[in-house]
Structures are given as C-alpha cells and as structure tokens.
Design a binder for this molecule. Structure first.
Ligand SMILES: NC(=O)c1ccc[n+]([C@@H]2O[C@H](COP(=O)([O-])OP(=O)(O)OC[C@H]3O[C@@H](n4cnc5c(N)ncnc54)[C@H](OP(=O)(O)O)[C@@H]3O)[C@@H](O)[C@H]2O)c1
Length: 286
C-alpha cells in the first residue's frame, strides 16, 4: 500500500490522479475529509489527520510499503519531516519518496531549500530506500500574481532579470506517481524543469500573446514586495521564506536557470511548457 501526503494540494493531487490512472490505489492524508471528495471518487482510501500528530501517523503507516512526503513551507516543516521519516522507518516502510527542491543544498542562504537539504540527509541516513523529487520553481507560483495580471495587466514579482526553468507541478505529480509505482527509482534524485528558461519580462510577453491583452513585468524592490506580502500572508516566517527564494532567483543561479531532461526521460513526453500552463489557467489571469 502507498501512503500519499499532500494529496489535496497542487502536486499531491496530480500524483493521486496519476496513481488512479495506473489502476492503483493509495491511502491519502488530509486534515479535512470535506476536501477529499475528488480523491475518494478516484478510489483512494482516506486517512484524516494532522502530520504533526505522531499517534495519527503511526496508525496511517500501518501496512504501508511506500510513502510520499510533502509538507508546505512552515517553520515546523523540518521537524515534521524528520518525525515522519522516523515513524515511517519504525513502521517498516521500505521506500520513501520526498518532494524537495532543485536548489536544495546547505549554505544557499534561503531557509526552505536548506531545510529540504537537511530533510534529504535525514532520509538518506535512515536506511530506507529513497527517491528525491526536486522540482524547480512551479509555474503555478505565477498564480500568486494573477490578480495583478487580471486587473492591471501587470506581472509583479521581485525577480530582477533572473531566469528560471519553471516546471508545472502536474509534471512533478506524474514523476512522483512513477517513483511510487515502479521499481528502479531507489537512490535517485530527480531534478525537474520545464522545457525552457525564461526571465519574467519574457514570461509577461508570453502572457500578453496567450491572454490577448498587454501584460508588462513589474519588478518591485524586495522591501516593498515584502510589506505587501505581509498584508496578505499572516505568517512572517513564510513571508521571509518566500522573499529569500525570490532573492536567490533574482540574483541568478545555475540550478534555477539550467534545463534538465528528467521529465522527458521518465514520462516519455515533453514537459508542460509555459504557453500550455497559461492557456490551462487562463480564467485565473484573464
Ligand atoms: N512552489 C514551488 O515553486 C516549489 C518548487 C519546488 C518544491 N516545492 C515544495 O513543494 C511543497 C509544496 O507542494 P504544493 O505546492 O503542491 O503544496 P500545496 O498545494 O500547498 O498543498 C499542501 C498540502 O499539504 C497538506 N498539509 C498541510 N499541512 C498539513 C498537516 N499539518 N498535516 C497534514 N497535511 C498537511 C494539505 O492538506 P490538507 O489541507 O488537505 O490537510 C495539502 O494537501 C513544499 O515542500 C515546497 O517546498 C515547491
């Protein structure tokens, strides 16, 4: 049996759909059963609880051979991932697949990739088989700027002239499902990118063409962006985490700019491109 966390979210839902499309079932975790109607309709089994709750986790891990670990970025993420790993090991889970990030390494100067690097190391030291799925910046992150695109034709993100080989999280979900369903992915780190590396002015130009209206890139100072974000997000830790990631992107960085062929190699098809992403999410932008 497979345990799938984050299954009501963007990436986990894509993995849940791919697992169901392969004719398999998983035990899916959510804190809120009301959010899981689509998952039960796919034939998945529900485990309702919070991943910070060790007793719930021990129960959810019963009979599990392969597990997928995804948690959103919070101050507690690292501690919760370590607890998940230790309980999985004690429960006899054989293979742990974790979502990490392409730039996860110590000393990068951003708390989220550094946390992912520490969590990867903890899993690798556990003795369980592992697969690290390491996506670049998700295209879906552009949805955070969609209201400005819709209302004013402005894509406002503090990315300077940084280039990013963004990936669609639906591709990440498909890779996660593959790593859980097939043998041969043990001990692999999969860096995932889309098919091209673009800066944000180029992304705005693509939006203009596909949405059929002018969209211009606005690059605010990071301090002003942080202040605005603090009004929308009640968690100052998270705001700082987002700003750190954006600052490393704006500076330009090899891992974030480079392209990989991992999606093509694993899925046997091209990764979703930015134009397709914008078309698929057109109602959010236009
Ligand atoms: N954004 C990017 O560009 C990017 C790039 C590379 C890697 N990543 C990594 O991807 C991960 C986020 O993935 P995502 O964007 O697909 O997530 P998401 O859409 O924000 O979904 C979060 C999921 O986590 C579940 N969850 C949250 N807190 C929980 C808790 N305490 N107990 C149980 N479940 C909990 C939620 O389930 P319920 O609400 O139903 O309980 C939901 O299914 C992060 O680790 C991030 O670092 C992101």
């Amino acid at each position: 049996m497979i345990l799938l966390t984050g299954a009501t979210g963007k990436t986990g839902m894509a993995a849940a759909k791919a697992i169901a499309a392969a004719g398999k079932k998983a035990r899916v975790v959510t804190r809120d059963a009301a959010k899981a109607a689509q998952l039960t309709a796919l034939g998945h089994e529900l485990a309702v609880g919070d991943l910070s709750d060790a007793a719930f986790l021990r129960e959810a891990m019963r009979g599990i051979e392969r597990a997928f670990l995804l948690l959103p970025n919070t101050e507690r993420q690292g501690a919760m991932e370590a607890q998940f790993t230790d309980i999985a090991k004690a429960a006899g889970v054989r293979h742990l697949v974790k979502i990490s990030s392409i730039e996860a390494h110590a000393g990068i100067g951003a708390r989220v990739p550094e946390m992912h690097a520490a969590s990867e190391a903890h899993i690798k030291a556990s003795g369980m088989a592992w697969t690290m799925v390491k996506p670049n910046f998700f295209m879906q992150t552009l949805l955070a700027a969609s209201a400005g695109v819709k209302a004013r034709g402005e894509l406002t993100m503090p990315m300077g002239n940084g280039r990013v080989s963004m990936v669609d999280c639906r591709d990440a979900g498909a890779v996660i499902a593959k790593a859980l369903l097939e043998p041969g992915h043990e001990g692999q780190s999969y860096k995932l990118t889309g098919p091209e590396s673009l800066n944000f002015a180029e992304i705005a130009t693509r939006m203009s063409a596909i949405l059929g209206k002018p969209v211009k890139y606005v690059d605010p100072p990071l301090t002003a962006y942080r202040e605005n974000l603090l009004k929308a997000l009640p968690d100052p830790w998270r705001v700082e985490a987002v700003c750190e990631i954006f600052a490393t992107t704006a500076k330009g960085q090899r891992e974030i700019e480079a392209l990989t062929d991992t999606v093509q190699r694993l899925l046997g098809r091209s990764p979703v491109g930015l134009d397709t992403f914008i078309s698929d999410y057109k109602p959010a932008f236009a």
